[in-house]
Design a protein around this ligand. Structure first.
Ligand code: GLT
Ligand code: MN
Ligand code: MN
Length: 411
């Protein structure tokens, strides 16, 4: 092949993206409760060892692009869109008005707001540090985000307490820190109740998001299960207002099974919001797009969520790789992530309706009818039935690669 100039490269990306086929029209994409984060689309590719590879982008552009590709919901941190110095001041409401205008022009709704309690220097020791003025500032930020959320029409608030932890052992009192963290959430819930009453709106759903490592060395609430225990600890004044926003990769990072973590959240009635992405076990938070690493597991996750009627948002908490250009973010990153999600969601419907899987699952549940308490007899009676577990695994693979629809390889 001959070397390609930049305009030729763009044309090639366009042509090959088209050649992939299988893209859903924006109207189809909008039928799903899929949200696009401001921070994901505006990510410039920077990291501890990495300089940015993309230029800054304004929220108006992000919202417009989401609308164009058919992502109907938008999510943001307070400081993604409002500089920290402006928060709580009159000027913040001018920005909020600009956001409302951009959303309405793009036909996009704000579904979730979240408070950044990890980037600014004031949060060096986390949002629940010993110093009362740091905690008072954190509470102000949480309350302020709730106000902005109501103004933008959001239904959810997310909290990622990744800076709630420590670098140096023994330096903080974990019990006290968790109590202080609960005080912050209580402040957010109380102002929410007040505003919701005044505006005649429902209160927000306040969702905790766990990540097992980063940015603190040790994290006080590292998993969704730890958060369920925290919600039930008695420290929250309104535990019924607080649930979970698990992130697929964050459960995988600690070596857990995301599907099992989601099942535990469902059982507790706390699966309210879900960050969708992909990545690797026991590695850092690479935030790869959904389905690019673990498509079979993702299919199974969506079978679980469809089976148990999850109807909350799917938030594209995915960072376009540093190798993708600003053009590629909208040409490739987000549309293809959305389309893989939709495909996997529809395939999950096929799994649920699949006659082979259905008959195998029903048979497993019917058991062998061995009228005995002798384990030898019971095991022998079920011996052939249990082979169906592996057969179900094979059938799921066939559905993933389309063999159930007649895709054949003849050698
Ligand atoms: C940060 C984190 C994400 C969270 C965001 C919400 S912030 O990017 O890594 O997983 O969802 O605060
Ligand atoms: Mn996340
Ligand atoms: Mn992540």
């Amino acid at each position: 092949m001959t070397p390609l100039s930049v305009p030729q490269q763009t044309a090639l990306v366009d042509r090959l993206a088209g050649a992939c086929g299988g893209a859903y029209p924006p109207g189809t994409r909008r039928k799903y409760f899929i949200s696009g984060p401001q921070w994901a689309a505006a990510y410039e590719g920077q990291a501890l060892f990495h300089a940015p590879t993309r230029e800054p982008v304004a929220f108006e552009d992000v919202i417009r692009h989401y609308g164009e590709i058919g992502v109907g919901y938008w999510t943001t941190h307070d400081t993604d869109v409002i500089p920290a110095a402006m928060l709580g001041k009159e000027e913040q409401w001018e920005v909020v008005e600009r956001i409302k205008k951009a959303l309405s022009e793009a036909g996009v709704d704000c579904s979730m707001v979240t408070t950044e309690t990890f980037h600014h220097a004031v949060f060096a020791a986390g949002p629940a540090a010993e110093s009362p003025e740091i905690r008072e500032y954190a509470a102000f930020r949480l309350r302020n985000t709730v106000k902005i959320g109501h103004e933008l029409g959001a239904g959810y608030a997310v909290y990622w307490p990744g800076s709630l932890g420590y670098q140096v052992q023994g330096a903080i009192d974990e019990v006290q820190t968790l109590r202080w963290y609960a005080d912050g959430l209580n402040a957010a819930c109380e102002i929410d109740i007040e505003i919701a009453r005044k505006r005649g709106r429902p209160t927000l759903k306040h969702c905790l998001e766990a990540k097992p490592f980063e940015p603190q060395a040790e994290i006080l609430l590292p998993t969704s299960d730890a958060m369920l225990a925290f919600i039930a600890s008695g420290l929250l004044k309104h535990p019924e207002m607080v649930g979970l926003n698990p992130e697929y990769l964050h459960e995988l990072m600690w070596g857990g099974a995301p599907r099992a973590a989601l099942a535990r959240a469902l059982l507790a009635g706390k699966l309210w919001h879900f960050d969708i992405n992909d990545g690797y076990r026991l590695k850092h938070d690479v935030d790869i797009a959904v389905g690019l690493v673990n498509p079979l597991d993702w299919l199974n996750v969506l079978v679980l969520l469809r089976s148990y009627g999850y109807n909350g948002p799917f938030n594209l908490d995915y960072k376009p790789p540093r190798t993708t250009s600003a053009y590629g973010v909208w040409k490739v990153s987000f549309p293809t992530a959305v389309d893989r999600f939709i495909t996997l969601w529809e395939m999950a419907g096929e799994v649920i309706a699949d006659p082979v899987i259905k008959e195998a699952s029903d048979a497993l549940k019917a058991g062998a009818g061995a009228a005995s308490t002798d384990p030898e007899v019971v095991a022998a009676a079920n011996r052939e039935l249990l082979t169906l577990h592996e057969l179900i695994g094979h059938r799921l693979f066939q559905i993933l690669v389309g063999q159930h629809r007649g895709r054949l390889y003849s050698l």
